[in-house]
Design a protein around this ligand. Structure first.
Ligand code: CA
Length: 377
């Protein structure tokens, strides 16, 4: 649309708004059929049967009532029930109540459960490309990765690759930017990272490994005692809101800002057949409620981090940033990891090419707008 058409269209729309009242015009102006969260197959449209309740079994990788990640899935389930007038019920199975935390992908793929809430980077063993749907070090912020997912081609790639496992994913939230982690001793230079035993998973862990760190995988329940006893020297977790509850500040008081998980996506994924069998109205309710889940979780993380940071400051936590040589080595290590994984897996190469194209353009816009603003504020 050129500028003259745009002005003509908006003028007509404004006129219609004045004549018809705004509700009707708004309804006509927004074409939801083009929204990328919209279902991709509407040929076999089934309508709701109000006399029959449909139940969806949804397992999560989090314990019951787990703050922000778990509680927002509970709100999602309640929302679906309310909006559907009780005709669609999401029955929640927290971690280990029906399937183990990290068995949800296979359980959903086979149809044992209808859906799960977890994180795509847990499934890198199935396909290394899946870790990119969570994000990667020095990559996209929460806002940037959402724009890639919803409008920049990310969702299409994700759904195409998950369809091979009979799965149909939605964006199910974002942790927002994560902190670099808790260290028992301050890091003065890259030399201090050599041989350091650190709990850090995913692509971040692979980058840290190339920097000389010894990444160690530990279940959540063992991190604190391992840190206290010196079995590990450092750990990353999420951000102030969740980290403060783990008590890491008592045994590792040096808290670093980070670049390894700048905006990690969480997933709300359905068994593809279970989703296609749902009534058209129920599919639409899930689409709308998942979009709300994504925004609520992202903003709640931001809000809770604001408060928890103030609490941590009262607890004598030392806030630090990594030395320049550590960050420079992290960037070098990342390019090596990307190069290796791209040569080993065409899916990884293809997803990275899409995300990299978005990132290079996004950087320019973010630097022009947001970086300027944050520096001046
Ligand atoms: Ca993390």
């Amino acid at each position: 649309m050129n500028r003259r058409d745009f002005i003509a269209t908006t003028t007509t729309a404004s006129l219609a708004l004045a004549l018809n009242g705004c509700n009707e015009s708004n309804r006509q102006a927004i074409d939801y059929s083009k929204h990328p969260q919209k279902k991709d197959n509407e040929t076999k449209r089934v309508n709701i049967n109000k006399n029959k309740k449909t139940v969806i079994k949804l397992a999560t990788s989090w314990p019951a009532h787990f703050p922000i990640m778990g509680t927002n899935v509970e709100k999602f389930a309640q929302r679906v029930k309310d909006v559907s007038g009780g005709s669609l019920e999401i029955k929640l199975y927290p971690k280990n109540t029906l399937v183990p935390a990290l068995a949800v992908f296979d359980a959903c793929s086979s149809g044992q459960i209808d859906a799960f809430h977890s994180g795509p980077y847990y499934w890198k063993g199935k396909n290394s490309a899946f870790s990119l749907y969570s994000g990667f070090p020095f990559g996209l912020t929460a806002e940037e990765i959402n724009s890639w997912m919803l409008f920049g081609g990310g969702m299409e790639l994700w759904r195409e690759q998950y369809a091979k496992y009979n799965l149909h994913p939605f964006v199910g939230g974002n942790t927002n930017i994560q902190m670099g982690g808790w260290f028992r001793k301050p890091i003065e230079s890259l030399a201090d990272m050599q041989g350091l035993k650190m709990r850090i998973p995913g692509l971040g862990g692979e980058v840290f490994a190339k920097m000389g760190v010894n990444p160690i995988l530990l279940p959540a329940g063992e991190i604190y005692t391992s840190l206290e006893r010196g079995v590990i020297d450092a750990t990353e977790w999420v951000g102030p809101a969740l980290d403060i509850k783990m008590g890491f500040y008592k045994v590792a008081p040096y808290y670093y800002s980070g670049w390894h998980e700048p905006g990690s996506i969480l997933e709300l994924t359905f068994n593809k057949h279970s989703f296609q069998k749902l009534a058209y109205e129920h599919q639409s309710i899930i689409e709308v409620a998942s979009s709300e889940l994504n925004s609520n979780m992202t903003y709640e993380f931001h809000h809770e981090n604001i408060k928890a940071l103030q609490e941590l400051k009262k607890l004598n936590v030392t806030l630090l940033q990594f030395p320049k040589d550590v960050t420079a080595e992290g960037k070098r290590a990342l390019s090596e990891v990307i190069k290796e994984q791209s040569s080993e897996n065409d899916d990884f190469k293809r997803v990275y090419a899409s995300i990299e194209k978005h990132l290079s353009l996004s950087k320019e816009w973010s630097d022009t707008s947001l970086r300027y603003f944050l520096n001046e504020r």
